[in-house]
Design a protein around this ligand. Sequence first.
Ligand code: R1P
Ligand code: URA
Length: 284
Amino acid sequence: MLNKLAASELVLNEDGSVYHLNLLPEDIAEKIILVGDPDRVAKVSKYFDKVEVKKNKREFYTHTGTLRGERITVMSTGIGTENIDIVMNELDALVNIDLKNKEFKAEHSALQLFRMGTCGSVNPEVQVDNMLVTQNVVGLDGLMHFYQDYAFENEFSRNFTEKFPYPKIKPMLYFADWAEELGELYKDAKYHGNTATFPGFYAPQGRQLRLKAVDDKFLETLNDLGVTNFEMETSAIYALSKLLGHKAITVNNVIANRRRGEFSADHHASEKNLIEWVLERIIK
Ligand code: R1P
Ligand code: URA
């Protein structure tokens, strides 16, 4: 059969669930909140009226239930774009591949993905404990170099690509393809900005403990190129959503201001605030 996937390519568990997420198609809603930290899943689902599904494998914890009568899923992705590669492909398989026959479905289903994460700001004016919605994203992680060509161009990306001064690092640029739809839900966020996604927390984000990073001026250089904040997942979420035909938007709680050397005095309180803020907006 033309589209039939081999057992080595679409890997399933004994119960027919997708290999890493450990989920069956009926376990997820169309609206999915993605968080990095597995502990954040229960902090979100405690607001649901009812939780029907609780499953996990490795760092991927999933709770599905209803909130104000609407079905909703919250899932942890763990840290990094390599995990997002797994999350995006397996979520898409749950809705767009017939897992029994291992064939592509004729009808495409689009998911709505809401990343609710944390980040560090590189703009000295951006205050900690506030929400920042990602408009453009610079992928400095490398994942998308392995997929078919996909590049987005706008004024931000042209300026960034032209002036980015580190020839060994190849940026890939994407944007929030949510247009008026998902972005409208978050229009009153305190900040909208340009996020850079990295393959690490320390030197890749310019942190120097006992090891030197490429450049002492890394934060200033990226901020001068229009980058507002640093984190580790959004490039892959935006790019793979675009390629797979899903809608995605990221809002991160700013827990660090890297230029001022500040860290949130109570990031648990601002995490709670973020969860309530997002749930209020995505479920009417
Ligand atoms: C690093 O501490 C982690 O926190 C951020 C980064 O993207 C990375 O995953 O997001 P989460 O709080 O959603 O995990
Ligand atoms: N998450 C990151 O990846 N970087 C930060 O500075 C804070 C949260």
